[in-house]
Design a protein around this ligand. Sequence first.
Ligand code: FAD
Ligand code: MLT
Ligand code: ZN
Length: 479
Amino acid sequence: LSKDTYKIKRGNFASLTDKDINVFEGIVGKTRMLTDVSDVEAYNVDWLHSVRGSSQCVLKPKTTEEVSAILKHCNERRLAVCPQGGNTGLAGGSNPVFDEVVISTSLMNKIISFDSLSGVLTCQAGCVLEQLESYLLEQGFLMPLDLGAKGSCQIGGNVSTNAGGLRLVRYGSLHGTVLGIEAVLANGEVINCLNKMKKDNTGYHLKHLFIGSEGTLGLVTQVAIHCPVSPKSLNVAFLGLDSYEKVLEALKSSKKDLGEILSSCELMDRTSIQAVEENLKLRVPIKDCPFYMLIETSGSNSDHDEEKLSQFLENALEKNIIVDGIQASEPSRIKNLWELRESITQGLARDGYTYKYDVSLPQDRFYNIVEVMRSRLSSLPVLRVAGYGHIGDGNIHLNITSKEYSKEIMNNIEPFVYEWTSKFGGSVSAEHGIGLKKTGAVHFCKPPQAIQLMHQIKNVMDPNGIMNPYKVLPAINSA
Ligand code: FAD
Ligand code: MLT
Ligand code: ZN
């Protein structure tokens, strides 16, 4: 898939020459430049194995200065580039489409400072999320975001996709927690907006332009992020429910009864869990139900928190909101329960091809799209139509799997899924971004004037269009 499926023509960029290779070698040295086809392969293909580019060159800078020198050269030569972090993105944004030079941040992995008074961590963009989490845990803090890809994704990638994840319901989005950013523009200019103060109203908040712009406006080199104190007590409840109406009741009472200690509220339907059971051999510790919820609390007093969660469970059972449920406080049991939720992406991927939709919808409409899709696709060779996601934030992941990619299935999903989402005031990309795959869907959420302004911003920051071309921005006439 890729350029043919998405009907993309190569932009008017230069092609890589031996001279360019020599310049790059002068900047990063031989060992941090990959040009061998087999070495470059992994950077050309996405996590889902759904898109493939044909880059011939991967560069691995270690410093902002090296990124700046690379981009300056690429801009002067009009060589297109594709920034890449952990390559776990799910919208086809992290891979080249044609022969873009890949700039991998994987060696930009230094923690620069941590202030235990303010909780502000400053680090390079290539730090892996899980490593930052371990570092912070030793200091009694935690990252304000958590996602199933934490073992590979990098903070620069997280910021560039404005990743949501499992803790957003508690700590909010990266637009709030990221305090400052250093980024390099297409022409090599370093924009140091590495503010570390929680409050800073000194004109336009330029950091927001880099958060969620998926490498199209610049390459993020450093991040300052506000980290909360690590909770003293962590509890998880795993619930079984027999209808979506009951899920909504459980959501309401979790917010009401658990209040300030609620830190995650996740939904999984039976189909999602079956993918994990069948393809990854994990076991659900409660009886089979049409829906499951994982509710996590984080607080400072274990007696208080455990009692609150037990009370919530008791009430939910008494009022027949849930049909089964368990509670865990020990780290290993908590980990096992979280594994069920976090492995769904992998479980579904094992089916073959995943058609992935990540939409925001009003909570009362949240699950309808899964049911509508099931009936719409019933005569086609799909393996599963699954719904799971961050119900606390109104973000559902609708995933359809089939043995292999089928144009007929795709044509029955798109644009219908986007039209439906837009009709109910939802967003066609809640957290995964637009990448390559969804540029044609932006107009369902943004008016033509807004799309035009996006193009104007792009032109100011990257006049030659070398930064991650073919991504995010819809064609101007699709508005
Ligand atoms: P990449 O995939 O390498 O890149 C993503 C985009 O950012 C690309 O457009 C790339 O060009 C750009 N980019 C990367 N680094 C930089 C940089 N330094 N400067 C400029 N641009 C850059 N996402 C969620 O939001 N919530 C989830 O809960 C979640 N769970 C996931 C679970 C699994 C198992 C998987 C595989 C993915 C999940 N994702 C989730 C998607 C993905 O992990 C996130 O989008 C993540 O933030 C991407 O980080 P990365 O370092 O892998 O970036
Ligand atoms: C998740 O919530 O599990 C992630 O966003 C990944 C996915 O949608 O599969
Ligand atoms: Zn998600």
